[in-house]
Write a protein that binds this ligand. Sequence first.
Ligand code: APR
Length: 187
Amino acid sequence: MATSPSTWRTNARSFGRILLYQGDITRLDIDAIVNAANSSLLGGGGVDGAIHRAGGPEILEACRKLRAGHYGKGLRTGEAVITTGGRLPAQQVIHTVGPVWNGGHKQEPELLANCYRNSLLLAEKNELHSIAFSGISTGVYGYPKAEATVIAVREVRAFLDQHELPQEVVFVVFDEASFKLYEQELQ
Ligand code: APR
């Protein structure tokens, strides 16, 4: 059962075209949610697992097709692809592969920035109006949340300054600590 449109929106903090919302990204009825995938595109734990569980087999089927086609070797870190949202209240899922944190001297900041940029470009190309990001790389991949938040906000702000679409970007956080980091960065 999706969170009704009014519920999640009334519980989101608004900062202009950017919203901040604490909760389960699989419950949002929105044009697309951005999944923190891995290069196999075949599912995993964390938000990836939650999205596949809630979205059902159609999402995995669409990912398998991508693997059988252009993405034979999997999705590279920083790249993004789009699939159906399956049974999710979201129409579509943008899958992006974040960098694994390795101390910060292996291009992690640039690669994380690419995740946001490429997901936003894909949203614009598909004429999406509203997309929601999960905290790419900040779970299993160990990216320090404070640094990741700075990159996420910087990249989304820069993109929205130059582009009409997407009209709105939602940062979805799962915990209070992350909410506070985004709140500080967005204020
Ligand atoms: N809704 C919103 N956010 C969520 C949810 C959810 N249902 N579940 C987890 N999160 C948050 C986590 O708290 C974390 O801040 O998403 C962020 C990303 O964490 P991960 O899902 O662990 O993703 P990541 O760190 O990018 O690692 C990716 O983990 O799940 C596997 O297949 C995935 O191999 C890939 C790796």
